[in-house]
Design a protein around this ligand. Structure first.
Ligand SMILES: [Cu+2]
Length: 480
């Protein structure tokens, strides 16, 4: 294209102007969410600390405990969370999955200024939908330390019948043991070219982690530990219950580079929610969660002591906990759990419950986003443009309030990616589940629809933390 043609084109198509995170439309949308005057107040302090891994002490960063204590509020209530940054670098908190006001979404340079070391910030927002959410920083590789916790939004008119609840946060752990997350990113960024043999493990990189359900390469980072609620298999959590009780297990994958396949020995699981939104219940034996995904399952407790296992998919290792409903011996951490190879819940088997399915409507706008990059050069991107934290609005996709938007995530790479959209819960095509984070398999396209009802500037990012940081992020921005 000649310079003259470029000039002529730009003259007749003015660049769109975008809603800012603090614009009046953001405030109006927030005002309409108010379900009550109640505010749940919490104080978080992000600082240095340690994690005890069954006798090994790992220096790390956390909100005091790992995971952070569960934050609970009722649908329609507000959360008022102050965060004191006692870390040696800036931080922020992203409230993953919540359809909240844009200026509280926690993405530095896009929705707020990063919270400088030594300063504080107050997050204040209404949570309009019940569900299983979580929170984590959105700065660098901080998520792969101990900075995470569950955010549970309860429905005062909960239609699901159950006796008890167990929140299970899965994590892959290396910080302070084999490396720090920034060191891992630096290693990965050198690409595979730097490796001088094709061993199974080279430093922080793991070769040959394969999974059929993930379409090949399952992950690339070596983790020495896999945790359930901050505890390794050698020092497992025990969940005490009673035979016959119906327990709602809220599963959250807070990992950096690990999908987990979860099962409870001797039990079926009934999947009731994806990312907090109900689905038509499906009975399975195990559930697969990519990073950032959440599934709620109901279990009718048997009589005994049972292994609760989260296999690090393709990585020959596992996280482990114990479910105890009567006296008996604790099973070994290596116990064979047949349910892991039984019926596996994947999104194609799930349908949104009728009360949360989006009304049928053809899309007003269709965005095609190509996932690109490779392990060899570690140049992960969306559409070949690596995300810039300094200029996050570069290449933003314009959308308009009121539209039905279809996003086609086209995975041109040889690896799966858990793609997350901030501020919205889309629906998978053909009546699939409502979600905000979904596995996009290699060589495949995932189409999702959402209604543009939350003005602002919203990130869409790969929740493989290292892919995201390498540049696999982009922005959907509402126009004025
Ligand atoms: Cu990715």
């Amino acid at each position: 294209m000649s310079g003259a043609t470029l000039l002529a084109l730009s003259a007749c198509t003015p660049a769109p102007t975008f809603v800012s995170p603090t614009s009046s439309s953001v405030g109006k949308t927030e005002a309409a969410r108010k379900g009550s005057r109640a505010t749940t107040r919490v104080a978080l302090r992000a600082g240095t600390g340690t994690l005890d891994l069954a006798g090994t002490t790992a220096p790390t960063w956390s909100y005091g405990s790992i995971p952070s204590p569960i934050i609970r509020l009722k649908k329609g209530d507000a959360l008022g969370a102050t965060i004191e940054n006692a870390l040696p670098e800036p931080t922020s908190i992203h409230w993953h999955g919540v359809a909240l006001r844009n200026d509280m979404d926690g993405v530095p340079n896009l929705t707020q200024k990063a919270i400088a070391a030594g300063s504080s910030f107050r997050y204040q927002f209404h949570a309009p939908h019940a569900g299983t959410y979580w929170f984590h920083p959105h700065v660098g590789t901080q998520l792969d330390r101990g900075l995470y916790g569950a955010l549970i939004v309860e429905d005062p008119k909960e239609p699901l019948a159950y006796d008890d609840e167990w929140v299970v946060i899965l994590d892959d752990w290396l910080d302070g043991v084999t490396a720090t997350p920034p060191e891992v990113l630096a290693d990965l960024s050198k690409g595979m070219g730097y490796m001088d043999d094709m061993g199974i493990r080279m430093g922080n990189m793991l070769m040959g982690a394969k999974s059929n359900v993930l379409g090949g390469d399952a992950g690339d980072v070596y983790y020495p530990h896999y945790l359930i609620n901050g505890r390794p298999p050698a020092d497992p959590e025990t969940y005490a219950s009673a035979p016959g009780k119906r327990v709602r297990i809220r599963l959250i994958n807070a990992g950096g580079d690990t999908a987990f396949r979860v099962a409870l020995a001797g039990h079926h699981l009934t999947v009731t929610h994806t990312e907090g939104f109900p689905v038509d219940p499906v009975e399975v034996d195990s559930v697969l969660l990519g990073m950032g995904e959440r599934y709620d399952v109901i279990v009718a407790m048997g009589d005994g002591v049972f292994a609760f296992v989260a296999e690090a998919e393709g990585k020959q290792n596992r996280a482990f906990a114990v479910v105890r409903t009567s006296a008996g011996t604790t099973p070994p951490t290596t116990v064979i759990v047949p349910e892991l190879s039984g019926r596996l819940a994947t999104v194609d088997k799930l349908r949104a419950a009728s009360d949360v399915a989006l009304p049928t409507r053809s899309p007003d706008r269709e965005l095609t986003i190509r996932l690109r990059g490779s392990m060899t050069t570690y140049n992960w991107s969306l559409d070949g443009r690596r995300f810039s934290h300094d200029n996050p609005m570069n290449d933003a996709h314009p959308i308009s309030a009121g539209e039905r938007v279809r996003v086609n995530f086209v995975n041109t790479t040889e690896m799966w990616h858990p793609m997350h959209l901030h501020g919205h819960t889309y629906q998978h095509s053909n009546g699939g589940p409502r979600k905000d984070t979904s596995i996009v398999l290699p060589g495949r396209t995932l189409s999702v629809d959402f209604d543009a009802d939350n003005p602002g500037r919203w990130l869409t990012d790969c929740h493989n933390l290292y892919h995201g940081e390498a540049g696999m992020m982009g922005v959907l921005a509402y126009t004025n």
